[in-house]
Design a binder for this molecule. Structure first.
Ligand code: MN
Length: 419
């Protein structure tokens, strides 16, 4: 049920940020320094100034000293819950401090949004079955589409925290070593098959130093963001064997600017799909740990209107973030607050549910038809990819905001003239 607010915009139909959500971001207005804020209706609540004014518990104020939510993550799950309660009390209908709270609100439209947390480390998984089957079929043929380990462990690779950027940042088409099947030798060129990947990012809030159960892993997750794992398919095809992707995924990974706390998503829990093979005990499902979150990809090009090219749902994943995290630490790999885990590309079974251009255009063989006779196989310079997501309750929405990035042209000569 919608938790009604005294702030009308938070109760409006279709509002992504009702009291039920309490999305966490880092914002600035004009020349002011960035600081922690909470989205409510069409406004942002300045946690730092509100805490200094006594609207939040004074012992919480140190959590808002830095422009990131890492300190809150490190404070632990009891503080996460407590902070949500305090915020809910300030925004719920009937709150007596309305006038004081209002002094700490600024319109979202006036604000610049920054990275909401410091990414400690970044891991990306490959845990969507439809995506893995599609890509495997293209790269290795239908018989070898899913590698033999795929149905037993969530496959992943260690990415680069340094490459994670917030929505709105431009992404430059990379150069890289490619080898086209028609050429005998590899060449160093700008990628011609640059792509997006529609994913969710899970943020680890509670650190760990040894193996944890799936249930413990679930309770370690602080929240979720939308994530676009930009991918150069031609670089990937040449480099990926035997250790997986490297430069193909190193250019940039975009995330949405609002952290949606796991607690806001509680009502939307769903089970993972049926298992073909029973998972080993330490990875077994113990309850619903995926979420029913509608996901969409829009493409904005210079030649025509913005167009939706994919619609799918997070529930299409084969492994939950909790299972990925449990697998990640099974060897003893320590986790830190602010570790980011990409879900893997989320594709559905249907063609219009595919979460990458590679799949939508079937390796470039079936161009995506856009309005006004335009076509795309992979991204062109100037294209903007916009991911959006929302969990839909009976009379409210938990919105994720958007994760957008524009593809900028490759550098002209990355190493200067060479001839
Ligand atoms: Mn990926």
């Amino acid at each position: 049920m919608l938790v009604e607010s005294w702030l009308d915009s938070a109760n409006a139909e279709g509002c992504p940020f009702p009291v039920n959500n309490l999305a966490l971001g880092v914002f600035s207005v004009g020349e002011d320094l960035p600081c922690c804020g909470v989205a409510i209706g069409d406004m942002i609540f300045n946690c730092r100034s509100a805490c200094q004014a006594g609207l939040l518990q004074p012992e919480n104020c140190r959590l808002f000293d830095a422009p990131s939510w890492n300190a809150v993550m490190e404070a632990g799950p009891a503080i996460w819950r407590d902070l949500r309660l305090q915020l809910t009390e300030l925004f719920v209908k009937g709150c007596k401090n309305q006038a004081e709270v209002r002094e700490h609100l600024v319109p979202i439209s006036d604000a610049t949004l920054h990275m909401p947390f410091r990414v400690a480390e970044f891991t990306d998984f490959y845990a969507g079955r439809h995506h893995a089957t599609n890509v495997g079929t293209m790269f290795r043929g239908a018989e070898n589409a899913l590698p033999p380990n795929w149905l037993h462990i969530p496959i992943g690779y260690n990415g680069r925290a340094s490459s994670v950027v917030v929505s709105g940042a431009g992404v430059r088409r990379p150069w890289g070593q490619l080898k086209s099947p028609d050429h005998e030798k590899p060449a160093f060129l700008p990628s011609r098959r640059f792509d997006f990947e529609l994913e969710m990012g899970a943020i680890v809030g509670t650190p760990s130093t040894g193996p944890v159960s799936v249930d413990e892993a679930d309770s370690m997750i602080f929240g979720y963001v939308l994530l676009n794992d930009w991918s150069a398919r031609d670089i990937q095809a040449w480099e990926y064997q035997p250790l997986g992707p490297f430069q193909a995924k190193a250019t940039a990974t975009s995330i949405s600017p609002w952290i949606i706390m796991a607690e806001a998503l509680e009502p939307f829990r769903v089970m993972t799909p049926e298992r073909e093979f029973e998972l080993l005990p330490h990875l077994k499902d113990t309850g619903p740990m995926l979420y029913d979150i509608n996901l969409r990809v829009d493409l904005a090009t210079s030649e025509g209107p913005v167009q939706t090219i994919t619609q799918t749902n997070y529930r299409e994943m084969y492994y939950s973030a909790a299972q990925q995290l449990a697998h990640h630490v099974s060897s003893g790999c320590p986790m830190r607050a602010g570790d980011l885990l990409g879900s893997g590309t989320i594709s559905g079974p249907e063609k219009h549910q595919r979460g990458s251009m590679l799949e939508l255009s079937w390796g470039g063989k079936e161009p995506i038809e856009l309005l006004a006779g335009r076509k795309r196989t992979f991204l062109e310079d100037g294209d903007t990819v916009i991911l959006t997501g929302e969990a839909r309750g009976k009379d409210y929405i938990i919105g994720f905001g958007e994760c957008a990035g524009q593809l900028l042209p490759a550098l002209e000569e990355p190493y200067g003239k060479q001839d």
